[in-house]
Design a binder for this molecule. Structure first.
Ligand SMILES: N[C@H](CCC[C@H](N)C(=O)O)C(=O)O
Length: 277
């Protein structure tokens, strides 16, 4: 059987996207890791499957996995990319992406920008989860010069550290230490953030199961929420990532977080049988 895939990215956060709605093909953890090898496989920050919807109201179900094979509960950049694919397929400017964390409605504007309602920011310690009860506004942990992050769940866990200069942080050293900190039983995505203005935040990320990536949509959402909770930013801001900018809004009326940004396809291809063996 031939299985085809599409390589997509949002601001350089890259994905292998496989539509298994017809074939029902499944991928083992080992296969995902093999496909993720950037020299012997294809390489991706997240491996995405488009599956039949499980809940009423959803256009499709989106499966998300990291290069280490672990499952993720959210991926903002992939949600935009898959939404754009489905919009092209259906001719509609509105679709609903289902993930293990819930239903995410997405819309498209005339310039091709996709906006996703990433759902509510979840702020209880059980939501991340943490190993013990703590106020998520002050997690009180640190590594190197980083200290006392804000915890936010966007359907996946984030710890947001505020710093003077994001370029000065040795992220490859402190990232893995913090990702695997004992406070995070399911590990954590780590963001470092420089507040440049109340409506402009510069962020870099160390992703759980993936390492440094050029952009993290759910991380940008967590960043805005964390900055607003600390009184450092307004509820709407540009978040500048290594790969470009996202506009993020933490809606007053219902606490949902809206993320807007671009999408792109790089190429399509067919898996070699050896990758799926
Ligand atoms: N790049 C993704 C997030 C992947 C999160 C993943 N690393 C996890 O384990 O939660 C984004 O755009 O939101």
């Amino acid at each position: 059987m031939t299985v085809s895939f599409r390589k997509m990215h949002g601001l350089g956060n890259d994905f292998v996207v496989v539509d298994v709605r017809q074939s029902g093909v499944g991928f083992t953890e080992e296969q995902v890791r093999r496909i993720g090898d950037r020299r012997r496989g294809i390489g991706f920050d997240q491996f995405i499957t488009i599956e039949p919807p499980r809940q009423a109201g959803a256009t499709i179900f989106m499966g998300i996995r990291n290069p280490d094979g672990s499952v993720a509960g959210a991926c903002g950049n992939a949600t935009r990319c898959v939404s754009a694919l489905l919009m092209a397929e259906t001719g509609s400017d509105a679709v609903v992406i289902e993930t293990v964390s819930g239903l995410l409605p997405a819309t498209r504007t005339t310039d091709g920008t996709v906006t996703v309602d990433m759902g509510p920011a979840r702020l209880d310690w059980q939501d991340l989860p943490l190993a013990e009860a703590r106020d998520t506004l002050h997690l009180g942990i640190g590594a190197g010069d980083l200290h006392d992050p804000v915890g936010v769940s966007m359907g996946n866990p984030h710890a947001v550290f505020f710093v003077e200069d994001v370029a000065a942080v040795p992220l490859t050293e402190v990232g893995p230490v913090l990702e695997n900190h004992a406070l995070f039983p399911k590990r954590c995505n780590i963001e470092i953030v420089e507040v440049q203005a109340r409506d402009r935040l510069r962020m870099r990320v160390w992703e759980r199961g993936a390492g440094i990536t050029q952009a993290c949509g759910s991380g940008a959402c967590a960043t805005l929420v964390a900055a607003a909770r600390r009184g450092l930013a307004d509820r709407r801001a540009e978040v500048i990532l290594d790969g470009g900018s996202l506009m993020i809004e933490w809606r007053d009326s219902d606490g949902h977080v809206l993320m807007s940004g671009p999408t792109a396809t790089s190429f399509t291809g067919i898996f070699d049988g050896s990758l799926l063996a």
